[in-house]
Design a binder for this molecule. Structure first.
Ligand code: HEC
Length: 131
């Protein structure tokens, strides 16, 4: 192989790698902030997201198999006392970081929608109240 050809090949491979890296970066859309005028209640807006037909977190997160326990009535305590939620700091909260749709540690057949993730982010950033 000529030196020029090797050089050209190296440049192509580097550009190729960069293109893939760039694609991955571009896919991550930032989660939009929820409208500040939208009220968020843990009991009526957040907790029910964890136990719905077809998107049931409590199939695994039920106090027996996998922490945190996300069952209605247990989720608030499990999330706050277990350190999964840091009030006023969604970005640092393990719950927010590992939501299906963000980066849940195991692959599931479903994900939360961007709107639902925004709602959970808003609840945490507004102090993670038991409201
Ligand atoms: C099929 C089972 C299953 C379902 C359904 C499931 N999870 Fe998980 N989840 C896991 C497992 C297993 C882990 C822990 C993996 C590990 O420890 O590395 C986990 C980890 C987590 C964690 C982080 C805990 C930690 O210690 O890192 C959070 C938060 C979480 N899941 C939230 C959810 C939410 C919210 C839903 C529903 C929208 C959900 N999960 C649905 C199995 C599941």
């Amino acid at each position: 192989m000529s030196k020029l050809f090797k050089f050209a090949l190296t440049v192509c491979i580097c550009l190729g790698n960069y293109a893939c890296y760039y694609d991955q970066e571009a896919e991550q859309e930032p989660v939009p902030d929820v409208d500040p005028d939208t009220p968020i209640s843990f009991r009526s807006d957040i907790e029910p997201l964890f136990s719905r037909n077809g998107k049931d977190c409590t199939a695994c997160h039920n106090g027996l198999i996998q922490n945190p326990d996300l069952r209605v009535g247990n989720a608030f305590e499990a999330l706050l006392q277990g350190g999964y939620v840091i009030p006023n700091d969604a970005e640092s909260s393990l719950l927010y970081q590992s939501l299906p749709g963000n980066e849940h540690p195991v692959t599931l057949g479903f994900a939360l929608s961007t709107e639902e993730i925004s709602l959970i982010k808003g609840w945490i950033d507004r102090g993670a109240e038991n409201n």
